[in-house]
Design a protein around this ligand. Structure first.
Ligand code: 4AZ
Length: 249
């Protein structure tokens, strides 16, 4: 997260860190953020994965404030299977969404606690007003060209941009589709950055924190008058439900 502030996982208990095992180096590395939406289900971005990434190499960490430090509140899971959206386009990042199913032998995966708790999904027709203030979070870079990801989870505040302003002209000419939404701070303060992808954009609605976006892409991080681009979660509610129904825990 560019800008923003250091946070505690209790303030974003749905935040996940997705790590990938590197065989040659015998270590896990941070790959992306994710969002806990149900005990055994984590949403992320499709561009975080490549066809060659085997589910067995993935690890999902919940409940950690410090990215590389063990904590008594953490819950770590292997991934049984994951799905990238069938229509994900690696050029435009259209349909940049993926769903991970956590591994369990007992029908329960994540257990709710102050540090681990699923976010609400919106109804498909939920439209929030332009400039609604929402929250982003993640363990990603604090500056576009930092060498390292953040050691600690951060959060930032961004506002939802009107669709009319979410156009190639403000994003270095890159295509923007109706499956994307823009959010940012016109002052170029808080923004998502590399390593935050797959993580949450949540907005308060009816007193629940509701997942409106999945961090997807942008032109750099925290540049003035350039929003971050997010996968528009309301467009994928049936996709998510179909995947979950087809693969019961
Ligand atoms: C990235 O590289 C990335 N400023 C994600 C989000 C943003 C920029 C880059 C938004 O994953």
């Amino acid at each position: 997260i560019f800008g923003g502030r250091q946070s505690d996982i209790k303030d974003q208990p749905w935040q996940a860190a997705i790590n990938v095992f590197h065989a040659r180096r015998k270590m896990h590395f941070h790959r992306c953020g994710g969002v806990l939406i149900d005990s055994c289900w984590v949403l992320s971005a499709a561009h975080c994965f490549e066809a060659k990434d085997k589910a067995e190499k993935l690890e999902v960490i919940l409940g950690r404030t410090f990215r590389k430090e063990n904590s008594s509140s953490e819950q770590i899971f292997k991934v049984e299977k994951y799905w990238m959206h069938e229509k994900f386009d690696n050029e435009s990042f259209d349909n940049d969404i993926a769903l991970l199913k956590l591994k369990t032998d007992i029908g329960i995966c994540a257990i709710n606690s102050p540090e681990v708790f699923p976010v609400c999904l919106p109804k498909p027709d939920l439209k929030l007003p332009s400039w609604t203030q929402c929250e982003i979070s993640g363990y990603g870079r604090e500056r576009e060209f930092s060498a390292e990801y953040s050691e600690r989870v951060k959060r930032g505040y961004v506002r939802l941009w009107p669709n009319e302003r979410c156009v190639p002209g403000v994003l270095s000419g890159r295509l923007v589709t109706s499956n994307m939404l823009c959010a940012g701070d016109t002052r170029g303060l808080d923004d998502a950055c590399k390593g935050d992808s797959g993580g949450p954009l949540v907005c308060q609605h009816n007193n629940s924190m509701t997942l409106m976006g999945v961090i997807s892409w942008g032109d750099g991080c925290g540049q003035r008058d350039k929003p971050g681009v997010y996968t528009r979660v309301t467009n994928y509610i049936s996709w998510i439900n179909e995947k979950m129904k087809a693969s019961p825990v």
